[in-house]
Design a protein around this ligand. Structure first.
Ligand code: ATP
Length: 336
């Protein structure tokens, strides 16, 4: 069967890592017709918009996309393209599996957790204004609909992926109403799953301390938008860095697969970006498409190359001396 997949290269290291992922996925013998679509800085140059309507329409129509990172201006400029894309397509759940990888030496070797991040509201609603000069307010939105939807998603995910525990990080001691609602919804949503999945609530500061002391005690983490963003990068640090953590965004109608990392402009066009996060996002996509054999083939090959640990095949962020292309070639050879 031929799958139609939208391919959004993005900017910064985006074109390098998406093209690497495409090469590896194609080598897994899966039949994919790629539809290249503009997004971000390049889209602005050629289409006059960072998020062209035809890009949104194509993803909505085909239902699946593999996306590279897109640069977000800091403290000025257009609203985040990622936030807009997630909102327009109602991609309400981000799923980010964080696991220790063979051969990648870090402080911990038994990390195997999944971050589930609410993607549509919280402090990402973009509602900021200047009350009087020198006083800014930023609104944090929490709705029963979105909090319940993400909580149900987390419990469903836990059951279907044979996970044992869901932990919510929150700050309901300070944000009693918004984080309070998040907790109430999670508590209500867990009822049908109570026999299968353990449930735990931790204040986020304590949660982070426990995460960096003993990450193996965590299984599925359920987080509102901002906490999910921050804890994802923190968790990436536990397993070797942002170059290694894949992600997916799910809505009712479509799914967009993308690495957790940003566009890393400082290393763009040098051929040294780690493509593994994007390749592993592609593996999540293959699983989603029902191509489990191909997914396992790619995942096993990535693990084999990491385990072998030949510095010539690894990118500098994980201690290697190699290049993006060198790592891609090694993975493709390991698949043969
Ligand atoms: P954003 O706000 O868009 O998420 P960010 O501020 O989190 O971006 P990143 O672009 O993710 O920043 O980069 C953070 C650091 O991680 C940088 O030092 C970058 O070089 C490194 N990094 C991120 N992704 C990769 C990768 N694929 N390969 C190598 N290094 C990476």
């Amino acid at each position: 069967m031929t799958h139609i997949v939208c391919l959004l290269a993005g900017d910064g290291i985006g074109p390098e890592v998406t093209s690497a992922a495409r090469c590896v996925i194609e080598a897994s013998d899966v039949d994919i017709e790629w539809v290249n679509l503009p997004i971000g800085k390049t889209a602005l140059e050629f289409c006059g918009s960072v998020l062209p309507e035809r890009t949104i329409a194509a993803i909505a129509g085909h239902g699946v996309a593999l996306k590279g990172p897109v640069t977000t201006p800091i403290g000025r400029g257009h609203p985040s393209v990622n936030v807009q894309l997630r909102r327009r397509l109602n991609l309400f759940a981000a799923v980010r599996p964080v696991r220790s990888l063979p051969g990648v030496k870090t402080r911990f070797d038994k990390v195997d957790l999944v971050i589930i991040r609410e993607n549509t509201e919280g402090l990402y609603s973009g509602l900021e204004n200047e009350v009087v000069p020198g006083v800014i307010q930023s609104l944090k939105i929490a709705t029963t609909v979105a909090c319940t939807r993400i909580a149900r998603f987390a419990f469903e995910y836990a059951v279907s992926h044979k996970r044992k525990k869901v932990t919510v990080f929150h700050k309901a001691n300070i944000m009693k109403k918004s984080d309070g609602l998040f907790l109430q919804c999670a508590d209500k949503a867990r009822a049908p799953y109570a026999d299968a999945v353990e449930y735990e609530e931790l204040i986020i500061d304590n949660g982070c301390m426990q995460l960096v002391s003993d990450p193996s005690r965590f299984d599925v983490l359920l987080l509102e938008n901002l906490y999910g963003d921050i804890v994802s990068d923190l968790a990436a640090g536990l397993v070797g860095g942002l170059g290694l953590v894949p992600g997916a965004n799910f809505g009712e109608m479509c799914a967009v697969f993308e690495p957790v990392h940003g566009s890393a402009p400082a290393i763009a066009r040098q051929g040294i970006a780690n493509p593994l996060a994007c390749i592993m996002s592609g593996v999540m996509m293959l699983d989603h498409l029902g191509e489990t054999k191909a997914a396992t083939r790619v995942r096993t090959a990535c693990d084999a190359v990491l385990k072998e640990g030949n510095p010539e095949h690894l990118t500098p962020d994980i201690g290697g001396k190699g290049s993006t292309q060198g790592l891609v070639d090694a993975i493709i050879r390991a698949m043969a």
